[in-house]
Design a protein around this ligand. Sequence first.
Ligand code: CP
Ligand code: NVA
Length: 304
Amino acid sequence: MKLKTQNLLTLAELSSKEFLGLIDESIKLKKELKKGGNKPLLKNKTLTMIFQKPSTRTRVSFEIGMYQLGGYAVNLLSNDMQLSRGESIEDTAKTLSRYSNCIMARVYDHKLLEILSEHASVPVINGLSDTFHPCQILADFMTIKEKKKTLRGLKIAWIGDGNNVCNSMIYGAALSRINMSIATPKGFEPNKTVVNQAKKSTNIELVTDPFIATRNADVIVADTFASIHNIDKKRLQKFLPRYQVNDKLMRSAKKDAIFLHCLPAKREQEVTSSVIDGPQSVIWDETENRLHTQKALLAALIHV
Ligand code: CP
Ligand code: NVA
């Protein structure tokens, strides 16, 4: 499949049909890989990856994903690039566009991705910014679809910080008509514009009580209370103990509810080991699915 958008920075660039199509395509690629290997959809194509922040899953899944589709990925740590000596992001975008068919970047400031995409002549993918993490949501919704066989009409309970992953999940919920109840402490709600946009297509509820969010929920989601860009040491006090996903909170959702976490996790903070390692947790399938969704996305964006 081909996408209308050149870039994926938030998920708002996609239509429902495209978003759901990418998930179905990812499921097909997963089956194909397990049967012996993927077709070389990206033979001789290249991806450059800029990382301003650490990464395990995003880096490895993009790099191995390109390899499995017959392409090649170059990993660039921003500290080793001329960017760190003051070369502009505009010139970096133009340079990387002459070498590679796609640029993926993990940045502190989302604005940087916007500048990068304005000046690149190849697709730009957001590999996580301070406000969005669209690639994570493709994998999360693929996992939900695999486990629940459907997306429309389900209920997700997001517990904790209304952060970058939460903002992208709200877009994902709108695109797939999933309902979301988001429990955060006051002052840690997700982005208002994103919530208002999503409310046009689905139910998005903002609450402070985690037990209201989990009522009748099919999926419970947690993420760290302090994202990489949050440096306030007192932050944790605002979340603990109330926003920890533990056995008691899990019991307040549907019996067959599943637990998701994008990882890395801070065990015994936002989630107990009993939940993350428990029978309702699907985190390892979620992690694996990063690989399959990156491939579907790359194949849909790179079409030169
Ligand atoms: N979930 C996720 O993006 O993980 P990494 O930070 O390891 O890439
Ligand atoms: N919200 C987390 C996600 C890490 C994958 C962060 O931004 O650090």
